[in-house]
Design a protein around this ligand. Structure first.
Ligand SMILES: [Zn+2]
Length: 647
């Protein structure tokens, strides 16, 4: 957590949370400093996700996720706090001081991920360099035959893995240790059969490490030279005689490779070979080309999904930059979420009926249930996007794209073609084919609309069948949205909470005006009254206000406190729902109102005691209580006059 004075706190002052979150979520200004959008952490149709510019925090009233800019980056990127700090620092161009981690394990993992990125970057540069060598002539020829220009080859950092598997190893050996090379997925080891003997010895006498394993802890190239270690010499590149396509994460860092074989014989392995899963690469979380496409996707408001990397590169090179590839496997939920951050409109540019039909079908099903607006671009038989662009040109592809069909129109056409709705039996078959697709749509209204459309297009006249269809389509549980909790609070409590949370975080609030009292420090003043008079005692917000008061004493950012869930929610809703600017008058009014309430409570209690005293015929007590009542009533009177004088 960011502490005042440390680097993270400085960084937070300079990071504009609306801009940072705006890179992941489409935000809309909802008046003042409040921005809203669809929550990236849970599925929703109407925005319950708020970002507050003044207080630099976000909160989702749907799933209760909230926090500061670091919390957001950590959650959305699935990284640790130190990594989030580093990422923001890089974004803002602020040099990092030395990073500290909360545990040695966390430090080890972060260090390993960093080193794995380094080794991939090194390997990528190596493959690129190899493509320029004389022995890569056939690789260059292959790329030329696929219509790739030098510009595109450079932009996608396409390279060549030479036949000899040792060149890459020798190129990186001095810089990275063996454990890292094993974890990188870039190498294979020939001597796996010989290892069991070694590891048996190791487990029996752990104090005596066999020479062969001692390299794990050190720079293996040196030790290899010294001991003539067999293992090291048998490491060789996983990719050989292949054209290499780097796979990047969203930030554009190389995290894996795909190698397309250039050999014609069967023994050379699969046509396409991918990196295995590693600590930095998880196939189900990466979308090919998202790093280059994300800006265009956001600007154009839709993405183009193609099946293979070659298709993707062709479409991109043709000038349509909002293209990504799923690499032939079915879309996963993390991928859909990832993509959904940029736009939920997608044109699927492959024929869901042909090659990889099952994967395509699953991808589309998932996109429907993740609430994407899907269109399908069906090219003439025998064409994929790459071939289409090469044969007919970029403009023809762009035109075809503009005429893509809504996915459900496409499905209805398909149902009509498969089961021509001329007989009642076929109509039922067509319906049963369509129903599972319709039922995946999260919105009941949209499902209902499609049910009507289907009845119409299949020519279903039977009222019973129509009814059945509509029932099957719409009967589906729907999520509920709970109301904001701030309604339980009085205006005065809300105002004081706002004041306490109004620490100056280094931002000039956009609402600050000329002529405003420069000495007005709402947090300090609210703190003074609450501390002196404990005006909030007995209110529903007492615990929250106490926490804020003590945070203020410690100089902590109230928005970064580890609060109970309902308190965090309360705090967020108070700030987000605030409509008027905080002024000294409003603060004074709130304090007066709380004082008044306290006196009214005291009067109530006094009335009670007075009755008791009269019942006991205790005239001394009665007289004392009556005098007290006069005093309290006077106090209320003067509070009211004060308030009136201010107006
Ligand atoms: Zn949420």
């Amino acid at each position: 957590m960011a502490q005042p004075g440390d680097f993270a706190a400085t960084l937070k002052q300079q990071a504009d949370i609306v801009r940072i979150i705006g890179e992941y979520v489409q935000l809309r200004q909802r008046g003042g400093q409040n921005f809203t959008g669809l929550c990236p952490f849970h599925r929703e149709k109407t925005p319950s996700f708020s970002v507050h510019a003044g207080n630099q925090f976000f909160h989702c009233f749907g799933c209760n996720t909230g926090g500061d800019v670091f919390t957001f980056v950590q959650k959305i990127e699935n990284i640790t706090f130190p990594e989030a700090v580093r990422m923001l620092a890089e974004k803002l161009g602020i040099p990092m001081p030395k990073v500290t981690y909360s545990s040695p394990e966390e430090a080890r993992q972060a260090k390993q991920r960093g080193a794995l990125l380094d080794v991939h970057e090194r390997a990528c540069a190596f493959f690129q360099e190899q493509l320029k060598q004389p022995h890569a002539a056939h690789a260059r020829e292959y790329l030329r035959s696929r219509g790739l220009t030098p510009t595109t080859i450079a932009e996608f950092r396409i390279g060549f893995a030479p036949e000899s598997g040792f060149l890459l190893r020798d190129a990186v050996a001095g810089q990275f240790d063996e454990e890292l090379m094993r974890n990188s997925g870039l190498f294979s080891w020939k001597d796996k059969e010989q290892l069991p003997v070694v590891s048996d010895q190791w487990s029996e006498t752990s104090s005596q490490l066999p020479e062969q394993l001692s390299v794990v802890s050190g720079q293996w190239s040196e030790k290899a030279g010294a001991s003539g270690n067999r293992q090291l010499t048998t490491a060789y590149s996983r990719f050989r005689n292949r054209v290499i396509f780097p796979i990047c994460n969203e930030q554009g860092k190389v995290i894996a490779f795909t190698g397309r074989t250039l050999a014609t014989d069967e023994k050379s392995g699969p046509k396409y070979l991918n990196s295995p899963e590693t600590p930095i690469y998880s196939k189900s979380r990466v979308l090919f080309n998202l790093d280059k496409a994300k800006e265009a996707i956001r600007q154009l408001g839709y993405s183009i999904l193609v099946e293979g990397q070659m298709d993707c590169i062709s479409v991109y090179a043709s000038g349509l930059h909002n293209v990504i590839a799923s690499s032939g496997t079915a879309f996963t939920e993390p991928q859909a979420r990832l993509l959904g951050r940029f736009s939920k409109n997608i044109v699927v540019s492959f024929d869901p009926d042909t090659a990889g039909a099952a994967a395509a079908e699953r991808s589309l099903a998932l996109l429907v249930s993740e609430d994407f607006e899907i269109k399908v671009l069906t090219l003439e038989a025998g064409f994929d996007p790459d071939l289409y662009i090469r044969k007919k040109g970029a403009q023809a592809y762009a035109d075809a794209l503009a005429h893509s069909q809504k996915y459900f129109d496409y499905l209805i056409e398909r149902a009509r073609a498969t089961f021509p709705p001329r007989t009642p039996e076929n109509k039922v078959k067509a319906l049963n084919y369509l129903l599972p697709h319709i039922q995946r749509i999260p919105s009941r209204i949209v499902r209902d609309e499609w049910a009507n459309e289907i009845s119409h297009r299949l020519g279903i006249e039977s009222a019973v069948l129509r009814q059945e269809l509509r029932h099957a389509a719409t009967a589906r549980s729907s999520a509920q949205v709970s109301a904001a909790p701030a309604a339980q609070l009085t205006d005065a409590e809300r105002l004081l909470i706002r004041a306490l949370a109004s620490r100056d975080l280094g931002h000039t609030p956009p609402t600050s005006r000329e002529g405003q009292d420069p000495d007005f420090e709402p947090a300090r003043q609210a703190h003074y009254f609450l501390q002196q008079e404990r005006l909030h005692e007995g209110f529903p917000s007492e615990v929250l206000i106490d926490t804020l008061v003590s945070a203020q004493e410690k100089g902590l950012d109230p928005m970064s406190l580890a609060l109970e869930e309902n308190h965090r929610r309360l705090l967020a809703s108070v700030i987000i729902e605030a409509r008027e600017e905080l002024t000294p008058e409003l603060l004074e009014n709130a304090v007066r109102s709380l004082r008044k309430r306290r006196i009214l409570r005291q009067l109530d209690e006094l009335q009670h005691q007075l009755k008791e005293a009269e019942r006991r015929k205790d005239s001394a007590a009665s007289a004392r209580l009556l005098r007290e009542r006069v005093r309290l009533r006077k106090a209320i009177g003067s509070l009211s006059r004060e308030a009136a004088a201010k107006v």
